[in-house]
Design a binder for this molecule. Structure first.
Ligand code: PHE
Length: 435
């Protein structure tokens, strides 16, 4: 039930503030941990790391980040079927805090259990906290989109702050402290969520128990609905390619930052994990520009497949930049500007593709299958993350290997861009009146 008169948080319902901070701390925990993960796995045992070879670290990283998003599907389903959103967020947060606590212990034997527990916890928390944001507004509440934009700012505020704190502690003080901080901030988020639970008391309730034969009785799909589902399928493939390139951030690009980039700012030597804050800084700064452009363009704005294509083009530019940067590594560590530019174009790509993918999926999905299709969208992100880990396992700090690896990413993304461009007229037909 949405309450129109609740305007306590910048004109938005009070519950938005609660969910904003819950997700901010959760993303703080996620991105803080992610900023240290590969560096910790490849660090020699003598410095407290796990001493894994790069290929193994990148593969584990891909499996982990992929599973985090894949687990959103059972996580969303469990909330819908029996837990309710609020309980799912609570249990998920406990899992995230406990899993990071296990990783902070620093022994390889509990490390994997820790990763699994964080992935399960995130699967319970992330889709349901977003679902509850949606439930704060009625379908036709004009504040709905801006509510989600504010929420996206919370995500990115967490993502900006996390590497600065967790990365610094992990790389400069001790790995344990970095992961322990990722656990502690999730506990803060939970305390905040519980303290303000009355503001979300009207959303995310436990569902009524279903009787046998209820639900699932999908009326058969019409031809038009099949076409739209086909359009979601096409977008799935290109979304996976985009996230494959995007998710080099925490793996190969972080190793590039650690091993091949100068890390000095006005005489201060900063840790390589700090580069992870650059992309969300660009997202926060450029998001208002993008909403302004789309508002100005109104009816004349590009269709969603075209925005997808522009997002892929931005990813291609990012990887051309890092290819150029890689050629310079033969003369020693390179300027930080190359990674900053890479993250600028990744942020532009994210802003073009991520919100569009989400909203187009909800618009294309038959009403009775919105939840399932959201799961499909998350699964495309998961697939991209798995592929990203596989690709990053070919990372080696020599110029030849870098050109091959980053070149592969650039080539796959470019080919996908060309195919999608050719498919745009066909997509228009599949999508019918949805743009
Ligand atoms: N920065 C976004 C987030 O962490 C990236 C993302 C988009 C992740 C969509 C999952 C789904 O939320």
């Amino acid at each position: 039930m949405a309450i129109r008169s609740d305007v306590a948080f910048f004109g938005h319902p009070r519950g938005l503030a609660t969910l904003f901070f819950t997700e901010m701390w959760e993303r703080f925990s996620y991105y803080g941990m992610r900023a240290c993960l590969v560096l910790y796995m490849v660090a020699p045992v003598s410095t407290g790391g796990l001493g894994f070879p790069t290929a193994r670290a990148a593969t584990i990283y891909g499996l982990y980040t992929g599973s985090v998003y894949a687990m959103s599907i059972p996580g969303g389903w469990m909330a819908d079927r029996f837990l309710g959103g609020r309980m799912a967020v609570l249990l998920g947060g406990i899992g995230i805090a406990a899993g990071n606590g296990l990783i902070a212990l620093g022994s390889e034997s509990v490390f994997y259990t820790g990763l699994v527990v964080v992935a399960l916890g995130t699967g319970l928390l992330k889709p349901n906290v977003s679902g509850m944001v949606g439930a704060l507004y009625s379908e036709r509440d004009p504040r709905r989109d801006s509510g989600f934009s504010i929420f996206y700012m919370g995500i990115n505020t967490g993502a900006i702050l996390a590497p600065l704190l967790c990365g610094y502690l992990a790389q400069r003080v001790s790995w344990h402290l970095g992961f322990a901080t990722a656990s502690a901030v999730m506990i803060l988020g939970l305390i905040q969520f519980l303290g303000f639970r009355s503001s979300v008391a009207h959303v995310g309730q436990r569902p009524e128990p279903r009787r046998v034969g209820d639900g699932n009785a999908h009326a058969p799909l019409t031809a038009g609905e099949w076409k739209r589902i086909g359009a979601i399928g096409v977008l799935f493939v290109f979304s996976a390619v985009f996230w494959m390139s995007f998710e080099q951030a925490g793996s190969s690009l972080t190793l590039f930052a650690e091993q091949l980039t100068r890390k000095n700012l006005l005489g201060f030597a900063f840790p390589s994990s700090w580069f992870q804050s650059v992309e969300p800084i660009f997202v926060v700064s450029l998001a208002p520009l993008f909403s302004w452009i789309w508002l100005r363009a109104g009816e004349r704005q590009p269709s969603s497949p075209s925005k997808f294509a522009w997002g892929l083009a931005s990813a291609v530019i990012a990887f051309c930049i890092i290819l150029y940067g890689s050629t310079l590594t033969t003369a020693g560590p390179v300027s930080p500007i190359w990674l900053v530019l890479v993250y600028l174009f990744q942020a532009i790509g994210e802003l073009l593709l991520s919100p569009v993918g989400l909203s187009t999926t909800t618009k294309l999905a038959p009403r009775r299958m919105v939840g399932l299709m959201m799961g499909v969208w998350f699964f495309s992100i998961a697939t991209g993350n798995y592929m990203a880990g596989f690709v990053a396992s070919f990372y080696r700090p020599g110029a030849g290997a870098l050109l091959a690896m980053f070149g592969f990413v650039a080539a796959i993304t470019l080919v996908s861009l060309l195919i999608l461009t050719l498919l745009i007229p066909f997509m228009r037909r599949l999508m019918g009146d949805v743009r």
